[in-house]
Design a protein around this ligand. Structure first.
Ligand SMILES: [Ca+2]
Ligand SMILES: [Ca+2]
Length: 101
């Protein structure tokens, strides 16, 4: 398996790991999302002391407003984080890309 395909499987594995806590393993509840973010993304998601962050994040990601995140909705979080990480890489002096003026 290629590294990239392996990474996709890691994302699926992480979703499944946290999604099964409440017995409904196809979706993430707000509590499950909270656990996932705290354990997997603590170093990249700032402002965790603001209790409204999770609510706003859930509201934004939950496209069909059913109070649960299915895998497709969860991917919007991953996509947003990937984009943020990519921007950081581009801005890093070690990336070999000159910083934007
Ligand atoms: Ca669940
Ligand atoms: Ca939903």
């Amino acid at each position: 398996m290629s590294q990239l395909l392996g990474n996709i499987h890691s994302i699926i594995g992480a979703f499944n790991k946290y999604a099964k806590d409440d017995g409904e393993c196809a979706t993430l509840s707000k509590g499950e999302l909270k656990s996932l973010i705290q354990k997997e993304f603590a170093e990249v998601i700032v402002n965790q002391k603001d209790p409204g962050v999770l609510d706003r994040m859930m509201k934004k990601l939950d496209m069909n407003n059913d109070g649960q995140l299915d895998f497709g909705e969860f991917l919007n979080l991953i996509g947003g984080l990937a984009q943020a990480c990519h921007s950081q890489v581009l801005a890093s002096p070690t990336a070999g890309v000159p910083p934007k003026p």
